[in-house]
Design a protein around this ligand. Structure first.
Ligand SMILES: CCCCCCCCCCCCC[C@H](O)CC(=O)SCCNC(=O)CCNC(=O)[C@H](O)C(C)(C)COP(=O)(O)OP(=O)(O)OC[C@H]1O[C@@H](n2cnc3c(N)ncnc32)[C@H](O)[C@@H]1OP(=O)(O)O
Ligand SMILES: NC(=O)c1ccc[n+]([C@@H]2O[C@H](COP(=O)([O-])OP(=O)(O)OC[C@H]3O[C@@H](n4cnc5c(N)ncnc54)[C@H](O)[C@@H]3O)[C@@H](O)[C@H]2O)c1
Length: 615
């Protein structure tokens, strides 16, 4: 009996369409080939992605699921059937498990986590391997991660190329190893190493892993033939925790972030795309201005090993900048962000100058002048910053707003950020806008061009409270350029004076209001950015936030966060704030958001509504 053909390719040939070749039902394995085989009756019931070969007395189970040999359902079925077949075959004396192409399996198939769960589970397969009376050997190359490492840990032996890496990156997906990894790694490598690897998610080079005994290259280790009670109990608990995490919003967000990063890498522009673009070599660079931004950019360039001219207008500013760069660089070495060698080399790559002629041959000068309302991150962050100031004007304190937003997950609150970047920067941006509009603001200004305006930041500026650089801003610091922010009662006095002068009745502000006003205002702007075609998909915005503002990965990004809350709820709250704050245009609800909220559109279809292909 033959199953139904699901693509037009010749039976038994390599599938050209990327669909499948159907085979006679009885042929479960295609010995010695790397074809994807599908057995279809009326539906596809099995897709085999493990090549089974017998060479001499070895059975080889080669996982063939490019690009990373993820342990999808088809792979798990293939491994399960393969180990059973090898156990039965009298001619087979040992079994090798390996990956075809670039790598040993790099883990479970993350895409399957959001689909109905299908057996066989990895632990079941692993136990079959462990119980196999013939030695089972994991031959590791590439990246042996997550479920891949768990499979390897079930094998009786592990051999690896020196270049191979092993690790448990589950933590980056909001998970823990769920196929006995938490039980087996400590037994093989010791508690300390296991704790480090599982909690950091770091990839360990095979040469290091060998030291821990994870890769057993030298001798046969006694196979754990029987599993004692603590192991089984441990396994039970691991499965329970894994299930809990898998269902959590945190893990869903981290899985989303994983794929979002890869989606945005496939960018397209009218004049080229990620495939056709060729990077231009950058051999030398220059940064003009050794202030907060300039110094930070110099550190990035030096960390990448790129020579930099640092240009300043006078010696004093140049020396201040050099001191700042030295201190940041030393801090990066201490924190392990860059190697000591890179740190040492940095000094030779940095060329301070006050002469523009030195810059004539450089390949790249990052532009640090003129601010505009921004395209994406700065545009979205505008309402975020503005709402922060309004909340303080209405009754909150900067430290309260910061604490709530840090509890929400931001690494540092908005007012600490403002002190870091400079109160003067925020002031000058506002002044530039005012100048463009031909308006002169005062400390009493409450509206600019019909929009609500808050002059609190201007007050701090005029009092010389420019932030960290002057040792005081929204907080006070241990010294000018200090980093330890302490609440300052002078700031409370300044805020209260401001409100009194303007007749503003201060009120208690709840944490919920703070989070909603900060986040929903910028989410609303995010939908307008999609509407305007500035970002081509929500993932662009989210990845920008993950990297640009260290937005918590376990929330996915502002757009994913909005989706998790529910667009209907987000839209209703935006309408509510719009009614209450009619003079803040950032509360005018996005039309796209209104449409999506009304129809409960899933995130992967948002853009069809933004571009108008769906209405
Ligand atoms: C309710 C009932 C529940 C019952 C449960 C009880 C049973 C318990 C069973 C649990 C089993 C758990 C097993 C395990 O513990 C969990 C895991 O293994 S989680 C996964 C761990 N692995 C990873 O996180 C690795 C992620 N991948 C990477 O880090 C990198 O891709 C790489 C491997 C280092 C390779 O990097 P690159 O060469 O740069 O390639 P790309 O990153 O661009 O990737 C290429 C391409 O592959 C896709 N991809 C990569 N990894 C996976 C994956 N694991 N699953 C699916 N797809 C993957 C990636 O998205 C790229 O594709 P594109 O997105 O570009 O189309
Ligand atoms: N600080 C931030 O977080 C931030 C964020 C986004 C954009 N920016 C923009 O980046 C620019 C720099 O910001 P910053 O925070 O580093 O400012 P900063 O005041 O800390 O430093 C600016 C430095 O540039 C020097 N400088 C000015 N004119 C110069 C010239 N002609 N030649 C050489 N040096 C000159 C000054 O002496 C000063 O040391 C500004 O345009 C700002 O709006 C800053």
């Amino acid at each position: 009996m033959r199953s139904k053909v699901v693509c037009n390719c010749r039976l038994g040939s390599k599938c050209r369409t990327g669909v499948f070749i159907s085979v006679p039902l009885r042929s479960t394995f295609c010995v010695g080939t790397s074809y994807i085989l599908a057995v279809k009756v009326s539906y596809i019931v099995a897709v085999i992605m493990v090549d089974y070969k017998v060479q001499g007395s070895f059975a080889i189970l080669e996982v063939n699921n490019p690009p990373v040999n993820a342990l999808s359902h088809a792979v798990r079925s293939g491994l399960n059937d393969g180990i059973e077949k090898a156990s039965r075959d009298r001619n087979v004396k040992a079994v090798i498990v390996c990956g075809k192409g670039a790598t040993f399996p790099a883990g479970a198939d993350i895409r399957e986590f959001s689909k109905p769960k299908k057996e066989p589970w990895l632990p079941e397969i692993g136990h079959k391997m462990e119980k196999c009376e013939k030695p089972v050997i994991a031959a590791i190359h590439g990246t042996c991660l997550g479920g891949g490492l768990e499979i390897a840990l079930f094998c009786h032996y592990r051999i690896a190329l020196k270049t191979a890496r092993v690790g448990f990156p589950e933590v980056q997906l909001g998970l823990l190893p769920g196929a006995a990894g938490t039980q087996r790694l400590p037994r093989v490598a010791g508690l300390q190493v296991a704790m480090d690897m599982i909690s950091s998610g770091r990839h360990v080079l095979a040469t290091e892993a060998k030291k821990y005994g994870i890769i057993d290259e030298l001798c046969l280790k006694a196979v754990k033939a029987s599993v004692d009670f603590p192991y089984e109990k441990g396994l039970e608990m691991e499965t329970e925790f894994f299930k809990q995490l898998l269902g959590s919003g945190q893990s869903k967000a981290q899985q989303y972030a994983f794929f979002a990063e890869r989606t945005i890498a496939r960018w397209e522009m009218p004049n080229g795309n990620y495939r056709t673009a060729v990077a231009k070599p950058v051999k030398s660079t220059a940064v003009i201005g050794a202030g907060t931004m300039g110094s930070g950019i110099v550190v990035c360039l030096l960390s990448a090993g790129i020579p930099v001219y640092l240009m300043e207008q006078n010696e004093k500013f140049l020396n201040n900048g050099l001191k700042m760069i030295k201190s940041i660089m030393e801090g990066s070495v201490k924190l392990g962000k860059v190697s000591p060698e890179v740190g040492r080399k940095a000094a030779t790559l940095l060329k301070p100058t006050m002469n523009y002629n030195d810059l004539k041959d450089v390949d790249l000068i990052p532009v640090l002048v003129k601010t505009c309302r921004g395209f994406l991150a700065n545009r979205m962050h505008g309402p975020f910053g503005t709402e922060g100031t309004f909340l303080v004007e209405e009754g909150a304190l900067p430290s309260q707003v910061d604490r709530v937003m840090e509890d929400f997950g931001l690494p540092i609150g908005p007012f600490k950020v403002r002190d870091l970047s400079g109160v003067d920067i925020a002031y000058k941006i506002k002044q530039e806008v005012a100048k463009l509009l031909g308006i002169k603001t005062t400390l009493q200004t409450r509206f600019m061009n019909g929009e609500r305006y808050c002059a609190l930041n201007d007050r701090l500026f005029h009092l010389g409270r420019l932030g960290r650089k002057t040792g005081k801003g929204y907080y006070k610091y241990e010294k000018a350029g200090g980093k330890i922010a302490t609440e300052d009662s002078d700031v409370t006095d300044i805020i209260e004076k401001h409100c009194k002068e303007l007749g503003i009745q201060r009120r208690q502000i709840s944490s919920q209001e703070i989070v909603e006003r900060m986040m929903y205002s910028c989410i609303n702007e995010g939908f307008k950015i999609l509407e305007d075609g500035i970002a081509v998909r929500p993932e662009d915005i989210d990845v920008c936030y993950l990297y640009g503002f260290s937005f918590p990965r376990y929330l996915g990004g502002p757009m994913f966060y909005a989706n998790q809350i529910g667009l209907q709820r987000v839209y209703e709250r935006i309408c509510y704030y719009h009614e209450n704050f009619p003079y803040s245009p950032h509360w005018v609800p996005s039309r796209l958001l209104r449409k999506l909220a009304a129809k409960s559109v899933p995130m992967n279809e948002w853009m069809a509504y933004a571009t108008g292909s769906k209405l």
